[in-house]
Design a protein around this ligand. Structure first.
Ligand SMILES: [Zn+2]
Length: 390
């Protein structure tokens, strides 16, 4: 290796070696009236080794064997793949390899929807960083909630390795916690038809016994959607959970948010829908402050869970630590980890027909850059003038 090449790799924060892939889609016909689904058939090309590097200010890039950047903004390119666009997903994997190490000798079969779920979580993580930096409550709520409420997905490789999306401790609680506070011998509940809950946002809060019983037995109440399973488990947690403070704050936030604003009907990537009409104006300062705290905590938990396998090694030749990474997914999260919140941000190009970087990395102090490139800025300007004329 020449000195120049050595310097390129040494000056980067980390490098990751992988292989480009061969990737095909296999249609799955479930039922005549159902849309066709796709499995990805994919193997790693031994003849096509690739190297990624993290370059400060540029993010994760594809670097050549001779050093230097071959292709930039890998994370932005992944984020730009539209939900369900299997062909773009295939193009990405053929160029940059699969998100986990895979077989070089046989086809792996992986449900494309499960792969999209991994991408949704990366998207939610990047958007959450943006929401926290801009103190934008809506973005924080939608993406924190997505990371907590979406179901865990998994697939198994030929060698038996199972890879699954991260499941937060809170997710496990709202999926299965069913132990309600026993109030049968509670004097306060007997005397006043109310009992006290130690709420970490509002202090001592009171809960109505008849309402609690209705939630518990799944009877309809004045709250639309209160028979929803997640909400029912949340009521059980709110009445009874003692333990981790961070989890308690999550429970209190979601209980108060849903009883004030509306009960979640469906949480999908980038969107929350409610049972009945939502009342977003019911959010007060205390709840907004709690949202900021939980957003930061959930963001940290998500990134930490995804870089858990990264470990440092000391390189004797370069006399510096070198990070060892196991997968492209880890490299992507590790590049998010190195982004400096408040310094760098991924921004979505505002040109609706952008075909380039769509998500691009900029300094967070730059507030006027709306487009990834001059062509997109011109395109958007033309579109606006056409709309004016019409
Ligand atoms: Zn653009």
């Amino acid at each position: 290796m020449s000195k120049k090449i050595q310097e390129f790799f040494i000056n980067n924060f980390f490098n990751f070696h992988s292989f480009a892939c061969k990737c095909e889609k296999e249609p799955i016909y479930i039922a005549p009236e159902k849309p066709v689904k796709y499995n990805l058939k994919v193997f790693a090309r031994k003849d096509a080794p690739i190297t990624f590097s993290y370059v400060p200010g540029k993010g994760l890039v594809l670097s050549g064997v001779a050093g230097g950047v071959i292709e930039g903004n890998i994370l932005g390119q992944l984020l730009s793949i539209k939900d369900g666009d299997v062909d773009s997903l295939i193009t990405f994997f053929e160029k940059f390899g699969f998100i986990f190490p895979i077989s070089q000798t046989e086809y792996e079969t992986i449900d494309s929807e499960v792969v999209f779920e991994f991408i949704h979580r990366i998207k939610a993580t990047v958007r959450l960083i943006g929401g926290i930096s801009k103190k934008d409550p809506k973005t924080m709520l939608i993406n924190t909630t997505y990371l907590l409420y979406s179901q865990q997905q998994a697939f198994t490789l030929c060698n038996g390795d199972e890879h699954h999306t991260f499941s937060h401790a809170y997710t496990q609680l709202i999926e299965g916690y069913n132990s309600f506070k026993d109030i049968s011998f509670n004097q306060e509940a007997f005397d006043t038809k109310k009992f006290t809950v130690q709420d970490s946002i509002y202090g001592a809060a009171t809960m109505d016994v008849p309402l609690f019983n209705a939630f518990r037995s799944g009877n309809t109440t004045e709250y639309a959607g209160s028979t929803d399973t997640h909400f029912k488990h949340l009521v059980a947690l709110y009445s009874n959970y003692i333990g981790d403070d961070d989890l308690r704050l999550l429970i209190d936030f979601y209980y108060n948010y849903q009883t004030k604003v509306g009960i979640f009907k469906n949480v999908s990537s980038g969107k929350i829908s409610f049972h009945g009409a939502a009342s977003p104006n019911e959010v007060d300062t205390s709840l907004e402050e709690a949202l900021m705290s939980i957003a930061k905590k959930v963001l940290a938990d998500e990134i930490n869970a995804n870089i858990m396998g990264v470990y440092p090694q000391y390189n004797g030749r370069a006399l510096k630590p070198v990070w060892q990474l196991n997968s492209l997914l880890e490299a992507l999260y590790f590049s998010i980890f190195y982004m400096k919140p408040g310094v760098e941000l991924y921004k979505e190009c505002e040109n609706p027909s952008c075909k380039r970087d769509k998500y691009f990395l900029i300094a967070s102090t730059v507030t006027n850059k709306k487009y990834c490139c001059r062509a997109c800025a011109n395109n958007a300007a033309q579109r606006r003038s056409r709309q004016k004329k019409q």
